[in-house]
Design a protein around this ligand. Structure first.
Ligand SMILES: O=P(O)(O)OP(=O)(O)OP(=O)(O)OC[C@H]1O[C@@H](n2cnc3c(O)ncnc32)[C@H](O)[C@@H]1O
Ligand SMILES: [Mg+2]
Length: 199
C-alpha cells in the first residue's frame, strides 16, 4: 500500500477544493477519482456514513490507492431532517444548487426563525484499500439556520441560505479560508487527520 498517495472520491469540484485544502497539512500526493474511472457508485444508503463508505470503496478499488470520501448535506429539524442524505438531488436534478435552494426556500416558506434551525453534516470515510476491514470514520456538524433569501457568492450548495450566527454572515459570505476553519467539513477533517497521524 502506498500511504503517501491518496485518492479523493468526489466529483464535486468545489467540495474537492475544500477537501484538498483541509488535507494539505499531511503533505500527501492527492489524486482524484476522475483520473481512474468515469462511473460513480449509487449513493443509495440511508446514512451519510454508509454513503461515504460506498464512495471511498469504489475509489479505492478503481485506483488501488488509499481513498477518502465525503458525504455531506443539510438537515433541517422542522423538515424532519430533509434535505438530509438527499441534499445533492433535493430539487430533482443531481447537483443543481439553484433548484435545491429554491425547493428549500419553498419548504420553509412562511416559517418563523424558530423553525429554521439547520445543521450541515459531514461524514468522511477513509479506507487504506478497497477491502479494508477497519475504515476510519470522522463526523463534523455545523449549526446555523436557513435564511429567507440567498446571501453571498462564495462556497457552493446551500451556503447562500445558511446563516452562521457567530460570524453574522451566511456561509457564502465567509472568506473560503474562514469557512474551511469552522465548517462541518473542517471539523470532520480535524478528526480524520488526528486518526491518520496515528496510523
Ligand atoms: O458525492 P460527491 O461526488 O462528493 O459530490 P456531491 O455534490 O454529490 O456531494 P454529496 O453527495 O455529499 O451531496 C452533498 C450535497 O450537500 C450540499 N453540501 C454539502 N456540503 C456543503 C457545504 O459545505 N456547503 C453547502 N452545501 C453543501 C451540497 O448541495 C452537496 O451537493
Ligand atoms: Mg454525491
Amino acid at each position: 500500500m502506498n500511504t503517501r498517495e491518496v485518492v479523493l472520491a468526489s466529483r464535486n469540484a468545489k467540495k474537492l477544493a475544500e477537501m484538498q485544502a483541509l488535507l494539505a497539512p499531511l503533505g500527501l500526493r492527492v489524486r482524484l477519482v476522475s483520473e481512474f474511472c468515469d462511473q460513480t457508485p449509487e449513493e443509495s444508503a440511508p446514512t451519510f456514513v454508509e454513503n461515504a463508505l460506498l464512495k471511498a470503496r469504489h475509489a479505492a478499488r478503481a485506483s488501488g490507492l488509499m481513498a477518502i470520501a465525503d458525504d455531506s448535506g443539510l438537515e433541517v429539524a422542522a423538515l424532519r431532517g430533509a434535505p438530509g442524505v438527499h441534499s445533492a438531488r433535493y430539487g430533482g436534478v443531481h447537483g443543481d444548487d439553484a433548484a435545491n435552494n429554491r425547493k428549500l426556500l419553498q419548504a420553509l416558506d412562511g416559517r418563523p426563525e424558530s423553525e429554521r434551525a439547520a445543521r450541515f453534516v459531514c461524514a468522511l470515510a477513509c479506507l487504506r484499500h478497497a477491502d479494508d476491514p477497519v475504515p476510519m470514520i470522522a463526523l463534523g456538524l455545523w449549526h446555523g439556520r436557513v435564511l429567507e433569501a440567498p446571501r453571498g457568492t462564495n462556497g457552493f450548495g446551500y451556503d447562500p441560505l445558511f446563516w452562521v450566527p457567530d460570524q453574522n454572515r451566511s456561509a457564502a459570505e465567509l472568506d473560503p479560508a474562514v469557512k474551511n476553519r469552522i465548517s462541518h467539513r473542517a471539523r470532520a477533517f480535524a478528526s480524520l487527520l488526528a486518526q491518520l497521524r496515528e496510523m
